[in-house]
Design a protein. Structure first.
Length: 103
């Protein structure tokens, strides 16, 4: 009986350690669907109509994002369907840290 209790304690401990880590890992790679509405290369910004952004707790809307790297804007064009990762921008607003066109 003691062994069973010990096994159960280990399981509970393992679950408490593993679950928060896996949730965190999922958040780190969460991508959001969007459609390119406008590219503003002069100010390194892009307007996207986006789905829910889980990691920012943001509902679907159309809005401007800063981009981390100006080269990102060369990979996309108006009307493209994209998957992107947006994060809080230390300079204010939100910044896209990765973006890819969905084929
Ligand atoms: Cu938004």
């Amino acid at each position: 009986m003691k062994a069973v209790l010990r096994a159960f304690a280990w399981l509970a401990l393992a679950a408490s350690l593993v679950l928060p880590l896996s949730v965190h890992a999922a958040d780190k790679v969460a991508l959001t669907e969007g459609t390119v509405k406008r590219i503003d290369a002069a100010s390194n910004r892009i307007m996207l109509a986006h789905g829910p952004i889980e990691n920012l707790f943001m509902p679907p809307m159309t809005m401007m994002f800063n981009v981390k790297d100006a080269a990102m804007l060369k990979k996309v064009k108006d009307g493209d369907k994209v998957l992107f990762r947006a994060e809080d921008d230390v300079k204010g607003g939100y910044v896209i840290v990765s973006i890819q066109v969905v084929k």
